[in-house]
Design a protein around this ligand. Structure first.
Ligand SMILES: [Zn+2]
Length: 293
């Protein structure tokens, strides 16, 4: 999105470098992301929106959708593969090829609404994966959990009112995108957290608010919008989570998945802009997802 932009290619390098240096990477199966099937994307996004994005791809330079969200000639191709990663990960986990999956993707997705790109996001990878799990795999109950520092307004816009899907999140508030103060439908559990909240604030919310709702929903698959910008070293936001909090939250999600979903969890990278903290936090998350001690 430009050399000044925090949503930068070095984010994925930082993750890969840390996973390699800490010996996690050789314990994982790596797959390249395919393009998403168009019908998977249009289960969430309006066809006219996909067409408009296609027309806005610049031949060179940047096309600004908003001051923070720019397309270069390759952005939309990356977005197709980011969504494709989420779909392929659902296929792999549902087909028994993998127990759990982490999609190290850019661009992120949770701010993308059915007919609006915003907040560095173009296609809503997790919402696309959720609908794919329901429609292509015949599931009747899926859960989405979102621990990015920002509210997942796009996922909420796409999935609110679909009682097959429960979405649980916490996020800094008041803060971008300034949504989420109320639950627009019974399948949404929004938990705003004030600036400077840390693990001591967030863990009880997960324990006392998320977990009872997740157990009551009995999801057959859990999808994670895994943003790491609530880390205390990440100055994109002002929350104070650390790697141990990400590990703990992931372990709670895994426990729900083992009880109701045969352990099936698909996690997709959202935010996380402090490169060192991002690498360490993703490693802690993946260790818990993969059961690596
Ligand atoms: Zn974020």
């Amino acid at each position: 999105m430009g050399s000044w932009h925090p949503e930068c290619p070095e984010r994925l390098d930082a993750i890969a470098d840390h996973l390699l240096a800490t010996g996690v990477l050789p314990q994982l199966i790596e797959r390249e992301a395919p393009n998403a099937p168009p019908e998977a994307v249009t289960r969430v996004h309006a066809a006219h929106y996909v067409e408009r994005l296609t027309q806005q791809v610049p031949a060179e330079g940047y096309y600004p959708i908003d001051p923070d969200t720019l397309m270069n000639p390759h952005t939309l191709a990356a977005a197709w593969r980011a969504a494709g990663a989420a779909v392929a990960a659902v296929d792999a986990v549902m087909g028994g090829d993998a127990d759990t999956a982490f999609c190290a993707v850019r661009p992120p997705g949770h701010h993308a609404e059915p007919d609006k790109a915003m907040g560095f996001c173009f296609f809503n990878n997790v919402a696309i994966a959720a609908r794919h799990a329901l429609e292509a795999h015949g599931l009747s109950r899926v859960a989405v959990v979102d621990f990015d520092v920002h509210h997942g307004n796009g996922t909420e816009a796409a999935l609110q009112g679909d009682d097959r899907i429960l979405m649980c999140s916490f996020f800094q508030h008041p803060f971008y995108p300034f949504s989420g103060t109320r639950n627009p439908a019974p399948n949404m559990l929004n938990l705003p957290v004030s600036a400077y909240g840390d693990g001591g604030i967030v863990r009880p919310l997960v324990q006392d608010e998320w977990l009872p709702r997740l157990h009551a929903h009995r999801p057959q698959l859990i999808l994670i919008s895994a943003g790491f910008d609530a880390h205390r070293e990440d100055d994109m936001g002002q929350l104070g989570l650390v790697e141990a909090d990400y590990a703990w939250i992931t372990e709670q999600i895994m426990a729900v998945a083992r009880e109701h979903a045969q352990g099936r969890v698909v996690s997709c990278l959202e935010g996380g802009y402090a490169l060192s903290a991002l690498g360490r936090s993703v490693a802690a998350h993946i260790r818990a997802l993969a059961g690596i001690g």
